[in-house]
Design a protein around this ligand. Structure first.
Ligand SMILES: *[C@@H]1O[C@H](CO)[C@@H](O)[C@H](O)[C@H]1NC(C)=O
Ligand SMILES: *[C@@H]1O[C@H](CO)[C@@H](O)[C@H](O)[C@H]1NC(C)=O
Ligand SMILES: *[C@@H]1O[C@H](CO)[C@@H](O)[C@H](O)[C@H]1NC(C)=O
Ligand SMILES: *[C@@H]1O[C@H](CO)[C@@H](O)[C@H](O)[C@H]1NC(C)=O
Ligand SMILES: *[C@@H]1O[C@H](CO)[C@@H](O)[C@H](O)[C@H]1NC(C)=O
Ligand SMILES: *[C@@H]1O[C@H](CO)[C@@H](O)[C@H](O)[C@H]1NC(C)=O
Ligand SMILES: *[C@@H]1O[C@H](CO)[C@@H](O)[C@H](O)[C@H]1NC(C)=O
Ligand SMILES: *[C@@H]1O[C@H](CO)[C@@H](O)[C@H](O)[C@H]1NC(C)=O
Length: 789
């Protein structure tokens, strides 16, 4: 915008220039009833203007304040929508919030222009009329009116940043709770220490369920999309993508590509943003920003729009800013109608408030509002949409999101059936996910053996059953491989394992692995592309029972006892592994089951695994021990970000785990987002998870799959539906990070070479064919391969 600034300065009669010329450059000038005034509207005039608009357009406009600034100014909002005084349950809400940095003034004035433009053209211009008819638009010119009153015209004022912060000196765009816990204010866990402006805004977005929002700033020309912060703690240059990245990129491009100078990406030297868009954290990290808060905590999609190189340009330039931004601003609001919306209803057709809605493959939850309505912005395509609510198990519906033709999103209602009813229906139901009702039963040793043999008989090409040893009482320790070309390690194909029922009375994992095995085989045969891709590229090992002797001692209905937990020597196998802090009374002598698993784990280059337990509902990550052997103190591995990510993958994809609700046997035990560090929960020595991490290349989680250790078989279908997606998404994680081969200079594969990642003391080693895998979070790393000689 620099050229324009100089150009305007050479003009003598600026106001005349604007008045005479501005309307001429606006397209469809004959239609546009609004002419922008080349003047900033200060706080006092803004109140009057909004009151005037409300008086003139009583059915379309309503003024309200969401709270007060530190100096007592109202935080004003003008709501604009057709028949503004009535509730329109399915009409989505949109907001523009500007001027949270008081000296970034362009957005503030553009929002004021937009309010006038929409109201003056309603009933005259079809597009505006329709937009106002179908969208509940909230316009907030200033979140920081105190700062604005103190700031002055100028691009880089001498006293830098005058008016940027609120009057207590707090940058409001650093004052929100940070998703990575990197804001200083949330330690108390309350809202109390936030600034009044921030508090008011948080309450506002928690109360109104906004679907889409723009946060208008200045000082650059770019559309910056989430996340603004990353888990790395780095100040910049870390691309930190949200689960809805496709939608966010689309939203950012919607704005930037229609803006004559933003789309160039280099209008404010030295910035150079391809296409005029950027990921927030890739540009620079904002900790405690409003954008991430909107998406993470309130389900509102927000993009930060930087509208001017100069933060507070002279008023004469305002009409040209309006000209550049009018179309992007309108087009952006229209995106509120991208995706689907609808009601979540109960068995009587009544709306359910607070129901959860999620889309398979996207780890982000929306909740229904008080009318039982949800909105889900989505790119065109086909999806499975899930809804569940307290007392109502998840129900999925297939949806098709059409290309956005400007108009309302299609309505997709989801009717939920209460749990009791589901359980009743299940008895008469034939199958779930193609698995017959008869398979949802408990399998004792003989039945399990038969089930596994049947399956390998039917799916010879993609299964192999073997035993890695025998239990104390001589039962086989079965492992079923499910993969294309089973039987051996293939170069470049990663190995994954699930081990279940190590505690004999924790039986959910055992049954879920049998169901998973059948599901994978059937879907492969039916041509499910996702499952085919997974089995073609991954060697999956399923061990339904590590403790078949204990299982035979346990009994149906056991909620939380220890009967059948240990093996036939009465040893707890999850205390029987060698421990990093030395021997204990439980791990002096390895049991046959432990030896077999260790032997197998060392002989196979496993990359990722999980140990399936029961009696709680949480994804537990290493370490399980700490040096003091003192519960309640987290003890973290050098790969903690990867482990936290893996735990979130399971918990988020599980239909209930992420909710962090407690089990009825332990009402005070709650896990935020359904994940925990092992030692922080309770310490144990001799566990399998820590051993895997310390002695093999494998990264293992301990997944507690349900409160009830040995639930009645009627509950198995629900447990299957709760876990199916999580079980699969977790396996898919084996393909994250970096992988490759190590060869000598003449091309020989080098086995047992060390692969080290800079800054991380844990190295992995190459397998027999020189292949390796290293799970890592997105980012840049220096990776070193070495071998003696
Ligand atoms: C907008 O709503 C009004 C009142 O409900 C209606 O008369 C008008 O036809 C609608 N116009 C458009 C373009 O949707
Ligand atoms: C901006 O970036 C593009 C590619 O990202 C590059 O081709 C171009 O030379 C850069 N321009 C400047 C002025 O740095
Ligand atoms: C969705 O449910 C609402 C509320 O019961 C109802 O008015 C509407 O007709 C339903 N729409 C569809 C498409 O089923
Ligand atoms: C195994 O297959 C046989 C023959 O198809 C069937 O009768 C039996 O119920 C199956 N057993 C299990 C445990 O799936
Ligand atoms: C998996 O491999 C099979 C057999 O080679 C092939 O027919 C199928 O197309 C593959 N599927 C995918 C999704 O890769
Ligand atoms: C360990 O595994 C090897 C094959 O990898 C097998 O020959 C051996 O018997 C196993 N030992 C034990 C104790 O299970
Ligand atoms: C791999 O190399 C390490 C030393 O770097 C050695 O201690 C270990 O025994 C080797 N493992 C195998 C399987 O050769
Ligand atoms: C990788 O190594 C280079 C050269 O030593 C260094 O400049 C760079 O910062 C390192 N990068 C990372 C991500 O560690």
């Amino acid at each position: 915008m620099g050229w324009h600034y100089k150009f305007v300065l050479t003009l003598i009669s600026l106001v005349l220039f604007v008045k005479n010329c501005a309307p001429r450059v606006v397209e469809n000038e004959n239609k546009d009833a609004f002419v922008p005034k080349a003047q900033y509207t200060n706080y006092h005039d803004l109140k009057d203007l909004f009151d005037d608009l409300q008086r003139t357009y009583p059915d379309l406009a309503r003024v309200y304040a969401i709270g007060k600034s530190v100096e007592g100014r109202d935080l004003l909002v003008l709501q604009i929508t057709e028949n503004v005084h009535e509730e329109h349950e399915l009409r989505p809400s949109f907001k523009y919030v500007a001027n949270m940095h008081g000296d970034e003034s362009v957005g503030r004035q553009l929002v004021i222009y937009l309010a006038q433009y929409l109201l003056m053209n309603y009933g005259k211009d079809d597009r505006v009329t329709k937009l106002v008819n179908i969208t509940d638009i909230h316009l907030m010119p200033s979140l920081n009116p105190d700062g604005f009153e103190k700031s002055n015209v100028g691009c880089e004022s001498k006293e830098k940043f005058v008016g940027r912060n609120n009057v207590k000196g707090v940058d409001l765009n650093r004052d929100f709770p940070d998703q990575f816990g990197r804001d200083s204010r949330t330690e108390s866990g309350t809202y109390k220490s936030h600034e009044p402006e921030t508090m008011s805004l948080m309450k506002w977005i928690m109360k109104n369920q906004f679907v889409l929002s723009g946060n208008l700033h200045g000082g650059a020309l770019v559309a910056s999309y989430p996340y603004d912060d990353s888990s790395t703690g780095k100040e910049c240059c870390v691309e930190s993508l949200s689960p809805d990245d496709a939608v966010f990129k689309h939203l950012a491009h919607t704005y930037a590509s229609r803006h004559a100078s933003m789309r160039l990406g280099n209008a404010c030297p030295p910035d150079n943003f391809t296409g005029g868009v950027t990921n927030g954290a890739d540009w620079y990290a904002v900790q405690g920003g409003m954008q991430d808060y909107n998406y993470v905590r309130a389900g509102c999609f927000e993009v930060t729009l930087e509208l001017s190189c100069c933060k507070y340009p002279p008023a004469d330039e305002l009409p040209s800013y309006w000209r550049d931004n009018k179309e992007p601003m309108l087009k952006y609001i229209e995106q509120t109608h991208l995706g689907v919306k609808g009601y979540v209803l109960n068995e009587n057709g009544e709306p359910i408030e607070g129901a959860y809605v999620r889309v398979a493959g996207i780890n982000h939850l929306q909740q229904t509002n008080k009318h039982g309505v949800y909105w889900r912005l989505l790119m065109p395509g086909e999806y499975s949409l899930y809804a569940n609510a307290y007392g109502y198990p998840a129900r999925s519906v297939k949806i098709t999101v059409p290309e956005l033709q400007f108009g309302e999103a299609p309505v997709v209602n989801v009717s939920l059936v209460p749990r009791d009813q589901v359980e009743h229906d299940r008895k008469t139901r034939h199958d779930i996910d193609g698995i017959s009702a008869g398979d949802f039963v408990h399998h004792n040793y003989e039945a399990m053996e038969q089930f596994l043999k049947n399956l390998t008989q039917e799916y010879k090409d993609i299964t192999k059953l073997s035993s890695i040893g025998k239990s104390v009482e001589g039962r086989e320790l079965y492992v079923l491989e499910v993969t294309k070309d089973p039987g051996s390690h293939l170069p470049g194909k990663p190995e994954f394992k699930y081990v279940a029922n190590m505690h004999g009375n924790e039986v959910l994992g055992r049954e879920l692995l049998l169901l998973l095995a059948k599901y994978l085989c059937q879907q492969y045969k039916y041509g499910d592309k996702r499952i085919q891709g997974l089995l073609n590229t991954t060697r999956i090992h399923l061990m339904p029972s590590m403790n078949p002797d204990g299982y035979e001692r346990s009994r149906v209905g056991d909620y939380s006892s220890a009967r059948g937990r240990a093996n036939a020597h009465n040893i707890d196998l999850n205390r029987n592994f060698p421990d990093q802090f030395g021997p204990t009374k439980d791990n002096q002598t390895p049991e046959p089951e432990t030896l077999a698993v260790m032997n197998w784990s060392l002989a196979t280059p496993f990359v990722l695994s999980a140990n399936l337990h029961g009696g709680a509902l949480v994804a537990n990550f290493p370490y399980d021990g700490n040096p003091e052997m003192d519960s309640g103190h987290a003890y973290l591995t050098p790969d903690n970000p990867v482990f936290v990510h893996l735990a979130h993958v399971y918990a988020d994809a599980h239909l209930k785990m992420h909710l962090g609700q407690s089990c009825k046997s332990l009402p005070d035990e709650k896990f935020a987002n359904g994940i925990t560090n092992g030692a922080e929960w309770y310490v144990l020595a001799g566990g399998m998870q820590d051993w895997n991490y310390l002695h093999t290349n494998d990264m293992e989680l301990t997944l507690e799959l349900g409160c009830h250790k040995f639930p009645p078989s009627d509950d198995l279908p629900t447990y299957w539906e709760d876990n199916r997606e999580a079980l699969i998404e977790f396996i898919e994680q084996v393909h994250r990070g970096v992988r490759g081969f190590v060869h000598s200079h003449i091309g020989h594969a080098l086995a047992n070479a060390t692969i080290a990642v800079s800054g991380n003391p844990r190295a992995v080693r190459t397998a027999a064919l020189g292949d390796y895998w290293r799970l890592l979070r997105p980012g840049s790393y220096n990776v070193t391969a070495s071998k003696y000689g």
